[in-house]
Design a protein around this ligand. Structure first.
Ligand code: MN3
Length: 202
């Protein structure tokens, strides 16, 4: 497979004041790029070079940690950038909204559960809204760069929405105040993208 760093679908300062330009630049140009470079190096001259990245994740326990850490880092940030956008509606509509109400009762409950998962993930990691094979929506969190497609994840499912809670994602602006960053995140969630992912076949 030929992997490359995706362009951001908006300008670096587009998510201001919620996510600042400097953080976005470093996060995309340095962190994301580094995951990509190390991932490509880790799979070079192995069977993984010809595999789809999702198939690598399904079998991740048999591969070196460098593949999990950097392949996860590369993939998770691809999702994360698309999950964000400026000038967003506050909540989703249509089928996704109905599913959220079905599994979480109210939209506010869903937000609270997701925010809690993000706030209580100890150390570095991600919060996720995933769709399981049976269609159920579940909120979970993962350590480091693990994602719910990996066979080492506690729960498996297709990621719909993710939030990076590594300090590099918020420390410049929010310092140690992760909950304030999480609160700000809700202003820039690209619900259209999440709704499109919800409709994808798992
Ligand atoms: Mn990150």
């Amino acid at each position: 497979m030929n992997y490359k760093l995706p362009e951001l679908p908006y300008a670096y300062d587009a998510l201001e004041p919620y996510i600042d330009e400097e953080t976005m630049k470093i996060h995309h140009q340095k962190h994301h790029q580094a995951y990509l470079d190390k991932f490509v190096k880790a799979i070079k001259n192995t069977e993984m070079e010809k595999m789809e990245i999702e198939d690598i994740f399904e079998n991740i326990s048999k591969y070196p940690d460098a593949v999990k850490n950097n392949g996860g880092g590369f993939y998770n940030h691809n999702l994360f950038w698309k999950n964000l956008a400026p000038d967003q509606q506050e909540k989703p509509d249509g089928e996704l909204f109905d599913a959220i109400i079905k599994y979480f009762g109210t939209f506010e409950n869903f937000k609270e559960d997701f925010s809690n998962a993000a706030a209580t993930r100890f150390g570095s990691g991600w919060a996720w809204l995933i769709k399981k094979r049976n269609g159920e929506l579940v909120i979970t969190s993962t350590p480091n760069q693990v994602n719910p497609l990996m066979n080492v994840s506690e729960i498996n499912g297709n990621p719909l929405l993710c939030l990076d809670v590594w300090e590099h994602a918020y420390y410049l602006k929010y310092r140690n105040k992760r909950p304030e960053y999480i609160e700000a995140f809700w202003h820039v969630v690209n619900w259209k993208e999440v709704a499109n992912r919800y409709k994808m076949k798992v």
